[in-house]
Design a protein. Structure first.
Length: 133
C-alpha cells in the first residue's frame, strides 16, 4: 500500500462526480458506496408523409441505474485504461475508507499482461467490480 493514499468520507459525501476526469483507481477498504448512473437514450422514429417523404423525430429518454458497492469493491480502472471521464457519481452511504492510487502508480504496479487480464475480466463481468480475497 506504499503508493496508495487513504481517504475517508462521511455519509452523504460525494467521492467522485460523473463526467470528471480525475485519474485514480479506488479500492474500498471499509464502508458502503452508491454508484449512480444516469443514462440518456436517443431513439429515432420515422413516419411516412405524402410525396414519398419521411418525418424523423428523435425521442429522448433517461434512466437512473444505481449500484451498491461495499468492501473490496473497486472503481476507476476502466476510466484509467480507456482514458475516459468518470461515467458515474460515487456517493458514500456510510462512513467509508478508500485506498486511492494515482494513474502513474496504477501503471507502475500493473504490467501489460495485468491490464489485459483486467480488461478481459471487465468485459466478461460487466456489472461485477469486487476483489475476492
Amino acid at each position: 500500500y506504499e503508493n496508495c493514499t487513504v481517504e475517508c468520507y462521511f455519509q452523504g459525501q460525494v467521492i467522485q462526480e460523473a463526467k470528471k476526469k480525475k485519474k485514480a483507481f479506488y479500492l474500498m477498504f471499509k464502508g458502503d458506496l452508491e454508484e449512480e448512473n444516469h443514462i440518456y437514450v436517443r431513439e429515432h422514429n420515422k413516419w411516412p408523409l405524402p410525396n414519398r417523404r419521411w418525418e424523423v423525430r428523435a425521442v429522448y429518454n433517461s434512466y437512473n441505474q444505481n449500484k451498491h458497492l461495499k468492501r473490496f469493491n473497486f472503481f476507476g480502472d476502466e476510466e484509467l485504461m480507456e482514458n475516459l471521464k468518470f461515467k458515474a457519481r460515487y456517493l458514500a452511504t456510510t462512513w467509508t475508507v478508500l485506498l486511492k492510487m494515482k494513474e502513474e502508480d496504477f501503471y507502475l504496479h500493473l504490467n501489460q499482461e495485468d491490464i489485459k487480464r483486467l480488461k478481459k475480466y471487465r468485459s466478461e463481468n460487466a456489472d461485477v467490480n469486487y476483489l475476492d480475497f
